[in-house]
Design a protein around this ligand. Structure first.
Ligand code: ASP
Length: 393
């Protein structure tokens, strides 16, 4: 029975979670533990999987030229799509002007400002074993990249030994992920129903103009912008590609975490989308923390919305600042739930908006987080396909 695929059951899990969370919230809250177990299983494989896949990608690349090619194309893709996402957000927010109508009460909120300096200095691990233990994704990536580069000068046999070892580790981890994927329908059912039980449906339904602006911007970016890029440069029909990778998007939606979704993204990239493993192993882990189109778009819309609520007029110069800081803030956001809320302090501060404004958007953030995370992961998967097509490895 073809329709009984894991992907369809996962979708069904999300739909069934809504009535359960609404009508039997107690039971849904009991199920929370199942969702947490599912999340822990995903998190269990993340540090080693990131390390192994980035290391292999770099170590197996034949020449510096090839590495430079993939590296520059990946960075160019990240930057261009993030810039397009923020621009879309700014265009939509200027058209819809959410917030002007609102007389919302703001709750005071204690969110620590985000600092870019701290982020930059935290890229370099002082102790890679500690980074693995603590799950510092960016530090793990830095170390894996450097160690991969360092194998280039080694005698062929030593290099081969290292690569074989990590390739074997990577395959075993992917096997493990394949087992975990069987649990996704139940896992997302438990996660989504407990979210609905905790927050009610109001955040899903009482969306208002602000949320509609974010949602339509996200849909436009995901479907039109990324769809056209995929079609033009990735040489595949966006719908066909979406069908192949949809399991990763459903998990992204349910977990609101790009990092937790990474094991599934790597698996579908390899098994379903048949992407070049060297490219996917590099583009997806890095993208899961650096390339966040959905977050960038959302940060720009949210900042403009807060300005509207406080009746603070932001002109072109301010909006250019928002463009730049929203891009940085999305790069700085970790791939975990609500990370975008924290880095948004950078955007608000840059144009002198009150940080308490975050309190206004808190209520519906969980739902928007789910959507923007799905767009973040979609952006990474589209990138992996495009860069696979543009490089001959
Ligand atoms: N939750 C998002 C992600 O993991 C980040 C964000 O909060 O925007 O991709």
């Amino acid at each position: 029975m073809r329709w009984l695929s894991i992907e369809n059951l996962t979708l069904l899990g999300i739909f069934l979670a809504l009535p359960l969370g609404l009508w039997e919230p107690e039971m849904a809250l009991h199920l929370k533990i199942v969702g947490q177990i599912f999340l822990r299983l995903l998190k269990m494989v993340i540090p080693l999987l990131i390390f192994a896949s980035v290391f292999i990608s770099v170590a197996t690349i034949e020449s510096w030229r090839q590495l430079r090619q993939i590296g520059t194309k990946t960075l160019a893709y990240y930057l261009i799509t993030t810039a397009l996402a923020v621009s879309t957000g700014l265009v939509f927010v200027n058209l819809w002007k959410p917030g002007l109508e609102a007389a919302m009460s703001s709750q005071v909120n204690h969110i620590k400002p985000f600092s870019l300096e701290r982020l930059l200095s935290s890229l370099i691990p002082a102790n890679p074993v500690e980074s693995l233990a603590q799950g510092h994704v960016l530090q793990i990536i830095t170390f894996a990249l450097l160690l991969g580069l360092a194998t280039i000068g080694l005698p062929a046999t030593s290099r081969k030994t290292l690569i074989n070892f990590f390739e074997a580790l990577n395959s075993a981890l992917i096997n493990l992920v394949r087992g975990i994927i069987w649990l996704t329908p139940v896992g997302v059912f438990a996660l989504v129903s407990s979210i609905v039980a905790e927050h009610g449906l109001s955040p899903f339904l009482a969306l208002g103009r602000y949320a509609l602006t974010v949602i339509s911007g996200l849909l436009f970016h995901g479907i039109v912008t990324l769809g056209l890029l995929l079609w033009g440069l990735g040489r595949i029909s966006p719908w066909a590609y979406f069908l192949r990778v949809r399991e990763a998007l459903l998990v992204a939606f349910s977990t609101a975490s790009s990092s937790a979704t990474l094991p599934i993204s790597l698996e579908v990239a390899q098994e379903k989308a048949r992407l070049n493993p060297s490219v996917a192993g590099f583009v997806l882990p890095l993208g899961s923390t650096v390339n966040m189109d959905g977050t960038a778009l959302y940060e720009a819309v949210a900042a403009m919305f807060i300005a509207n609520v406080y009746h603070i007029h932001l002109g072109i110069a301010d909006q250019i600042l928002i463009f730049l800081t929203a891009t940085l803030a999305s790069i700085g956001a970790a791939g975990i739930p609500s990370a975008g809320l924290v880095t948004m302090t950078l955007v608000l501060q840059s144009v002198g908006l009150p940080l308490e404004g975050i309190g206004i958007i808190l209520a519906i953030d969980r739902f928007l987080d789910m959507l923007r995370t799905a767009v973040n992961v979609w952006g990474d998967l589209v990138g992996a396909r495009i860069i696979s097509c543009l490089t001959n490895v």
